[in-house]
Design a protein around this ligand. Structure first.
Ligand SMILES: [Zn+2]
Length: 542
């Protein structure tokens, strides 16, 4: 606004039309077709000239101030100035006068806007062949569909998913991200396009469905409301294969799981796989997506928060979002399964209760680990009881903010197992003197780690040293998310990019590895917006 006022040479009170009428760039074309008479033009020009002269000090000397109006600047300079303004401000500028309007037809202005605002590096000059201008690309493609850029979770019942919508050359593409094949958590994510939007002709953008193996075909996108949109396929016959359902299933099995029908014939997971195929293929013609944000990070965080791939037994690999909330860390499912659906909090880590693992020999005993963990759980229970009692006594105490300086979250508040009772009684004093989370309290770079005998793991290739461990709970439930229950477990931090969780009751181990892809337009506008998003995706499957 301020820029506009300066450029027009008039303040809002002098009738800058931008105040009165704000148009989107998509409507610029309409504005252009209006008759080129502009009654305000002369007045603005005069105003601009007067303003430009005013700076010289009114009546200070005998010589009149030199006349210098923005309108008198050479067109190439105006192009340079206009090209540096946000694209959304340009339509208002086009309404100032015919000269500005004409200059705003210059495609280099819009080429620069496409590049700077949407990262379009493509050689936009080749657009000329199709008769599509950079301004069309900006207004009818990039600006028009800007609300769908970023990360999304599709509403596919318990399964969820991760969609990343990006500007790619002269396309907007919706990529579905899939975890690597089970159990290779360290492998990169896989992705396949679900839809694309581009300008094939000047008039309007074309939406195409990319599902299936028969190439792009007619589709539709509807922006339902803020942070929600849906896609629809208008030609679902393109999803079908000549070999019928069996060929479709075989192909899906190969792509999704890296398996053959023969492979899974002997495994107990075949029912789960078949169910997922039947369930998800019902959603091939219409999908709704809800926006997700990446977790905000903070220098105090144990490791950088973000997305991780984790092993989930027969369910295969799933995508989990690790986020920090003061004294707790949470793992939220971005993809899910019929037991624990997407959106639920699969693990919760109690950063105030560190677990000191015994030496490797003792660690091999599941009973020993179990004893240690259950002891911490008892302590957590007692502390919670004390807090509740205290809360009843001192009602009205201000709740602790999630970003309150953490009282040494990475420090042990209990000394386990050997020096029981030998630890400092005053947790706070100990925390103050203790080293920072990045420096493990143990010797050197970490301590040896091995899974207790009897604990099953999909992946035998887990790290054999760890930095530190914490008490945590893991969510388990029956099929259909029945009788969900948080059960005790151990969170093991291996390094900056890997962690694990031992599910005591299930006697199983999940290994998580960081998703290294970078995502644009995925930052939460505020920590509150992130918390809100977590709550929303959880409530959808509860
Ligand atoms: Zn389709």
């Amino acid at each position: 606004m301020a820029v506009c006022a300066r450029l027009c040479g008039v303040g809002p009170s002098r009738g800058c039309r931008r105040r009165q009428q704000r148009r989107g760039p998509a409507e610029t074309a309409a504005a252009d077709s209006e008759p080129d008479t502009d009654p305000e033009e002369e007045r603005i020009e005069a105003g601009a000239a007067a303003l430009a002269g005013a700076g010289g000090g009114r009546g200070a000397g005998p010589s009149p101030p030199p006349r210098c109006s923005l309108l008198e600047l050479p067109p190439e300079l105006l192009v340079e100035i206009f090209a540096s303004l946000p694209g959304t401000d340009l339509p208002s500028l086009a309404q100032v006068c015919t000269k500005f309007r004409r200059i705003l037809h210059t495609d280099t202005i819009w080429r620069r806007r496409c590049r700077e605002e949407y990262g379009v590096c493509e050689n936009l000059r080749k657009l000329d062949i199709t008769g599509v201008s950079c301004r069309d690309v900006y207004a009818k493609l990039l600006h028009r569909y800007r609300h769908i850029l970023g990360l999304w979770q599709p509403d596919i019942g318990p399964y969820g998913g991760l969609l990343n919508v990006v500007v790619d050359g002269l396309f907007i593409i919706g990529w579905m991200y899939l975890p690597p094949h089970d159990p290779h958590v360290d492998d990169p994510m896989r992705f396949k396009p679900l839809f694309r939007v581009h300008l094939m002709e000047r008039k309007s953008a074309t939406v195409e469905c990319m599902y299936g193996h028969r190439g792009p075909h007619n589709g539709h996108i509807q922006i339902v409301k803020k942070d929600e949109f849906s896609t629809k396929c208008n030609q679902t016959d393109h999803h079908r294969m000549s070999g019928g359902r069996q060929e479709e299933f075989r192909t899906w099995l190969r792509e999704e799981w890296g398996r053959t029908l023969e492979d899974i014939f002997h495994e107990h997971m075949q029912e789960l796989i078949l169910m997922k195929f039947i369930y998800t293929s019902q959603y091939d013609n219409c999908l709704t997506y809800r926006r997700i944000y990446l977790p905000p990070s903070h220098p105090d965080d144990l490791i950088r928060p973000g997305l991780f791939k984790g092993t989930y037994g027969s369910h295969g690999l799933e995508i989990v979002m690790l986020s920090f909330h003061g004294k707790r860390a949470r793992g939220t499912k971005i993809t899910g399964d019929p037991n624990i659906p997407a959106g639920q909090q699969t693990v919760e880590i109690d950063l105030m209760h560190r677990i000191q693992l015994p030496d490797v020999e003792s660690l091999r005993s599941f009973n020993e680990l179990s004893r240690i963990v259950l002891e911490v759980r008892e302590q957590v229970r007692q502390e919670q009881q004390q807090r509740e009692d205290g809360a009843e006594d001192g009602e009205g105490r201000a709740p602790q903010s999630p970003r309150e300086p953490q009282r040494g979250p990475a420090q042990p508040s209990v000394e386990l197992p050997a020096e029981k009772g030998g630890g400092p009684a005053d947790g706070e004093a100990a925390a103050a003197a203790a080293p920072a989370p990045e420096q493990p309290a143990q010797s050197g770079q970490g301590q040896p780690f091995v899974l207790p005998v009897g604990v099953s793991s999909r992946n035998e290739d887990y790290p054999r040293t760890c930095r530190m461990c914490f008490y945590g709970t893991g969510l388990i439930a029956g099929h259909g998310f029945t009788s969900p229950e948080r059960t005790p477990g151990v969170f093991i931090l291996f390094d900056e990019d890997r962690f694990g969780f031992i599910w005591l009751e299930l006697k199983s181990f999940s290994l998580y590895s960081r998703v290294r892809a970078t995502f644009r337009n995925a930052e939460a506008p505020s920590p509150q917006a992130f918390e809100e998003m977590l709550k929303n995706i959880q409530s959808l499957t509860s």
